[in-house]
Design a protein around this ligand. Structure first.
Ligand code: PEP
Ligand code: MN
Length: 359
């Protein structure tokens, strides 16, 4: 399915120079916690507030969110700060309740996006709305817990087919068995492939759920921006140590403010345009490299023919050794690593020999 004609996920005045920044607690726990966190985030320059009210937990007995009674707290935070508000939905009725409370954006969590029945039920709820109503809310689909790109794309397609046009994806990492540095493996090649397959779709990175620890948020955010993600969704709580869920990975609004500040500094040096231009140059250079390699192989085949006609051996070790030595000397003058050069030349030579034998 082609995903085209998307509408902006959020109005540009809620972005930071085009970059989306969504922050707020993992869960809305109390009216005070929601208001205190929202006001502090607003003063750090955040304009989209997140808070979960329905929390799907891996095991029973955990804090499963305050449910619909937390929605008015988020609505109040929105009124008091002027921020937009986002929450997680796992069903059509959640979606309805969120929209009735004036929520501006929803995300479908990793445990829900892995379930086509649940996603379809949410999509059907959208399909029953008018286009104006659908366009009144932004929809973000987190990757499923497992590394299944097709399942992620399938969830996105279900919503698109239901007429959702303010659509985006959230990369929150993938679960793996056992203890690892990160809570969820980043597997960057998967969001990169998603972007290749659906180039119009904005992709936001969730360093909080990837890293699982406070100290990973800054480096993962930086990495996401270098990779041209369209935004970040970060968990922030006014008192992280008291958080009822994901306490280890939540940071204070002030700590988030510092991260935003350091990201701004570095994103100025790697503006999207400059990066795109450099990548374009790399593409061209790679094309030239391939062209030159093809020419070299053509010459090798000519040599192969000549050697065959004159009954000469294909491999002539003394010629090979002087060739490598001369090339590596030249390479060093060009600031190329000699070991790297030796490996490249050995590979090229091996392929040339193969081509000569094939003549
Ligand atoms: C969350 O955003 O708080 C959440 C539960 O995320 P995920 O679905 O990525 O685990
Ligand atoms: Mn969380």
């Amino acid at each position: 399915m082609k995903i085209t004609d998307l509408k902006p996920l959020f109005p540009s005045e809620y972005t930071d120079n085009g970059l989306l920044l969504i922050a707020g607690p993992c869960s809305a726990e109390s009216r005070d916690q929601v208001l205190e966190t929202a006001k502090a985030l607003k003063s750090e320059g955040v304009s989209i507030f997140r808070a979960g009210v329905w929390k799907p937990r891996t095991k029973p007995g955990g804090f499963e969110g305050m449910g619909a009674k937390a929605l008015p707290w988020i609505a109040e935070a929105k009124r008091q700060t002027g921020m937009l508000a986002a929450t997680e939905v796992a069903s059509g009725s959640h979606l309805r309740e969120a929209m009735n409370a004036g929520i501006d954006a929803i995300w479908i969590g990793a445990r829900t996006s892995a379930n086509p029945f649940a996603v379809q039920e949410i999509a059907d709820t959208f399909a029953a709305m008018s286009q104006t109503e659908r366009d009144s809310i932004a929809v973000m689909v987190k990757n499923p817990v497992n590394t299944d790109l097709e399942l992620w794309i399938g969830a996105i397609e279900r919503l698109y087919a239901a007429g959702v046009r303010r659509l985006g994806a959230i990369h929150r990492g993938f679960s793996a068995y056992g203890e690892h540095v990160y809570r969820n493996m980043p597997e960057w090649r998967i969001p990169i492939e998603l972007h290749r397959r659906l180039p119009e779709l904005p992709i936001i990175c969730d360093p909080s759920h990837i890293g699982g620890k406070k100290e990973f948020i800054a480096p993962l955010s930086m990495q996401a921006l270098r990779m041209n993600f369209d935004g970040l969704i970060i968990e922030s709580h006014c008192h992280p140590e008291c958080a009822l869920s994901d306490s280890e990975q939540q940071i204070t609004p002030a700590a988030l403010g510092e991260i935003i500040h350091s990201l701004r500094g570095s994103s100025e040096c790697i503006s999207g345009e400059l990066l795109a231009d450099l990548r374009h140059q790399i593409d061209e250079i790679d094309d030239r490299l391939m062209d030159i390699l093809a020419q070299r192989m053509a010459v090798a085949r000519e040599i192969g023919k000549l050697k065959q006609e004159n009954n000469m051996p294909v491999v002539q070790p003394e010629r090979y050794n002087t060739l490598i030595k001369n090339r590596v000397d030249t390479a060093e003058k060009l600031n190329l690593n000699p070991d790297f050069m030796r490996r490249i030349l050995a590979e090229i030579h091996e392929e040339s020999v193969r081509q000569q034998f094939n003549v």
